[in-house]
Design a binder for this molecule. Structure first.
Ligand SMILES: Cc1cc2nc3c(=O)[nH]c(=O)nc-3n(C[C@H](O)[C@H](O)[C@H](O)COP(=O)(O)O)c2cc1C
Length: 98
């Protein structure tokens, strides 16, 4: 499967998740969107707005936007989130990201 992982990262937490997910993927015209977010129930993640913009750029968006939880604003990721990111990325490859 070819895919692009698009992210924005200020402190490096989202970059770390994106790099984990990108392992095994190569750049192409398929894309997924992800963010890191705080675990407050009423706070939405930034990734929701990304797929439409990717589609306008000609990407096939192959998974729902997903958020990975940080403990506080500057990170780190909550325990287990890096593993969850790895599993999410592996699932994209295994199922062809349909
Ligand atoms: C510009 C900006 C926007 C953010 N928007 C959200 C948000 O919508 N929801 C949320 O839960 N956290 C939000 N956060 C908190 C980030 O999830 C948290 O700061 C994370 O550690 C940032 O990851 P980074 O290391 O990749 O910059 C935002 C942080 C920044 C800097």
């Amino acid at each position: 499967m070819n895919a692009a992982v698009v992210y924005e990262s200020m402190f490096g937490n989202t970059r770390a998740v994106a790099e984990t997910i990108a392992e095994g993927l190569r750049c192409g015209r398929r894309a997924v969107a992800l963010d890191t977010r705080l675990s407050y129930p009423l706070i939405a993640g930034a990734a929701r707005a990304i797929p439409r913009r990717l589609a306008h750029q000609g990407y096939e968006v192959v998974a729902r936007p997903t958020g990975f939880i940080v403990e506080v604003t500057q990170g780190p990721l909550k325990p287990g989130e890096h593993e969850r990111a790895r599993a999410w990325g592996a699932g994209l490859v295994r199922y062809g990201a349909r």
